[in-house]
Design a protein around this ligand. Structure first.
Ligand code: PLP
Length: 427
C-alpha cells in the first residue's frame, strides 16, 4: 500500500481540502504528495499510518540538526515556561545575537526576525537607506521569498510577476541577470550603476539546483558592488549554518555587506536574522530605518537560536554530514547505473540536486552553472521519481534538492539507498 492510498490520509486530505485552499498552507506544498505526517525524529518522519520515511527534505532545510533535537526542544520548552513574548528585551536575545556574531565571524550586529522573506526585505530597506538608491540586482532562478517585489517568473527580458495579484510596478526596481556571469553584472552596472542599492545573491544557488559559484564569481560581485557604491547582500537563508558554521561566506571566503540567515539558524523554529557591520546596522538603532515585529526575538525564537547554534558550535557536524551526502550521491549513481536510468547529481554533498539527463544525453555531458542549465534537465521525470521515492519511504522535494542533516547516519544511508533503488527501477 502506498501512503497516498491510505484511509487515514485520504480522510485528512478531504477535510483539509474543505478548510485549507489546495489542502495546504504554503503554495510550495501544492505539488508534494498528499502525505500527512504524525511525527519526526532525527532523520526520520512517520506518517499518520505509521509508514516511515528517511527525510531528505528536512522541512525545506530548517531541520539541519534533525527533527525534535532533544536539546533544542528542552531548551525552548524550558524558556517558554518563563513566558513567551514581552514586547521588551530579555537576556536570551542578547545571547542569540552574540552567538550569530561569533559563528558567522564577519558581522558585528544582528537583528532577529521570523522568516527569510521578511528579513530579506529588511536588508533591502537598509541598503536603500544607506545608498539613497532604489534598484536591486538579482539573479535568475534564485528565491528571496514570496512578496511582491521578489516573486518573479524567470523569462528573458524585464522581470515579470509570477502570480495574480502582484502589481507589475512592484518589480520596477528589479534587475534580473543570469547567475555566475560577471560580464552580465558588469554590463548592467555600467547602465544602471548609479541607481543600484544592492546586489543580492544566494551565495550558492540552493533553492533550486545545487550550483556552486564559479571561481571568482562572489569576489567579483563584491568588487563590482563596491565600485558601483552598492551593497552586496548574501541571502544565506538556506546556506547559513549549513555549508559551514560561517555559512557560504566561510566556505567561499567572501564576506558580504549584509547577510540574511534563516532555516538552520534555529533548529526548526521560525527565526531569521539580518547581520552586518555596526556602521550599517546602527541605522535601525537610531530609528533612521524601521524594522519591527511583535514576535521578533520572542522567547521561543531566541531560545531556539541559542540551543541550535550551541549544538552546532560544540559538536560541528559538517565533515560528517558532507561525507554522508557524498556517500549517498555515490550510492544513488551506482543504483541509477544498475537501473539504466540517467540520474544526474550535482552539489557538495551536504546538499545536492538530483534530476535526469534529457533523452539522448548522458548525465556527464551536461554542465549546469545557472537556471538556463537547470532547465535543460528532465524535471518532469524527476518529479515522477520523487513521487516513487515517497511511496518507497524517502521524503524529498519535487524540485530535486536533497538535504542531509546531522542526524543522518549509516542506518539512514542504507535505508535511503535500498528504497531509492526500488524507486529507480520504474524511473
Ligand atoms: N531566501 C532563500 C534563499 C530561501 O530559500 C527562502 C525559502 O526557501 C527564503 C529566502 C524565504 O524564507 P522563508 O520561507 O522563511 O520566508
Amino acid at each position: 500500500m502506498t501512503t497516498q492510498d491510505s484511509r487515514a490520509a485520504a480522510d485528512l486530505r478531504a477535510r483539509a481540502l474543505r478548510v485549507l485552499p489546495g489542502g495546504v498552507n504554503s503554495n510550495v506544498r501544492l505539488d508534494a504528495p498528499p502525505v500527512f505526517f504524525a511525527r519526526g525524529e532525527g532523520a526520520w518522519l512517520w506518517d499518520v499510518d505509521g509508514n516511515d520515511y528517511v527525510d531528505h527534505l528536512l522541512g525545506q532545510g530548517p531541520a539541519f540538526l534533525g527533527h525534535a533535537h532533544p536539546e533544542v526542544v528542552a531548551r525552548v520548552a524550558e524558556a517558554c515556561g518563563t513566558g513567551m513574548v514581552f514586547g521588551a528585551q530579555h537576556p536570551l536575545e542578547v545571547e542569540a545575537a552574540e552567538l550569530v556574531r561569533e559563528l558567522v565571524g564577519w558581522a558585528e550586529m544582528v537583528r532577529l526576525g521570523m522568516t527569510g522573506t521578511e528579513t530579506v526585505q529588511a536588508a533591502f530597506r537598509l541598503a536603500r537607506a544607506v545608498t539613497g538608491r532604489t534598484k536591486i540586482v538579482r539573479f535568475e532562478g534564485q528565491y528571496h521569498g514570496w512578496l511582491d517585489n521578489v516573486l518573479i517568473r524567470f523569462e528573458p527580458g524585464p522581470a515579470q510577476v509570477a502570480t495574480a495579484g502582484q502589481p507589475p510596478s512592484a518589480l520596477a526596481d528589479t534587475i534580473v541577470l543570469p547567475w555566475n556571469d560577471l560580464g552580465a553584472v558588469r554590463a548592467a552596472l555600467e547602465l544602471h550603476g548609479d541607481d543600484v542599492a544592492a546586489i543580492v545573491t544566494e551565495p550558492m544557488m540552493l533553492n533550486q539546483g545545487a550550483i556552486e559559484p564559479a571561481p571568482g564569481f562572489l569576489a567579483g560581485l563584491k568588487e563590482l558592488a563596491a565600485d558601483a557604491g552598492a551593497l552586496l547582500i548574501f541571502d544565506e537563508v538556506i546556506t547559513g549554518f549549513r555549508l559551514a558554521l560561517g555559512g557560504a561566506a566561510e566556505r567561499y571566503g567572501v564576506t558580504p555587506d549584509l547577510a540574511v540567515y534563516g532555516k538552520a539558524l534555529a533548529g526548526g523554529f521560525p527565526v531569521a536574522a539580518l547581520a552586518g557591520s555596526a556602521e550599517l546596522m546602527e541605522r535601525f538603532g537610531t530609528a533612521e530605518v524601521n524594522h519591527s515585529g511583535t514576535f521578533n526575538a520572542c522567547v521561543m525564537a531566541a531560545a531556539a537560536v541559542v540551543a541550535s547554534l550551541e549544538a552546532l558550535r560544540d559538536d560541528p557536524p559538517y565533515a560528517r554530514v558532507r561525507a554522508h551526502g557524498v556517500a549517498l550521491m555515490d550510492g544513488l549513481r551506482e543504483a541509477a547505473a544498475e537501473a539504466g536510468v540517467p540520474l544526474r547529481l550535482q552539489g557538495p554533498g551536504i546538499a545536492f540536486h538530483a534530476s535526469f539527463a534529457p533523452e539522448g544525453s548522458t548525465p556527464d555531458e551536461i554542465d549546469v552553472r545557472d537556471l538556463r542549465g537547470l532547465r535543460t534537465l528532465d524535471a518532469a521525470r524527476y518529479q515522477r521519481f520523487a513521487r516513487a521515492l515517497a511511496d518507497a519511504g524517502v521524503w524529498v522535494a519535487g524540485r530535486g534538492v536533497w538535504y542531509v542533516s546531522a542526524a543522518h547516519g549509516e542506518r539512514e544511508l542504507d535505508a535511503a539507498l535500498t528504497r531509492a533503488a526500488v524507486a529507480l527501477r520504474g524511473a
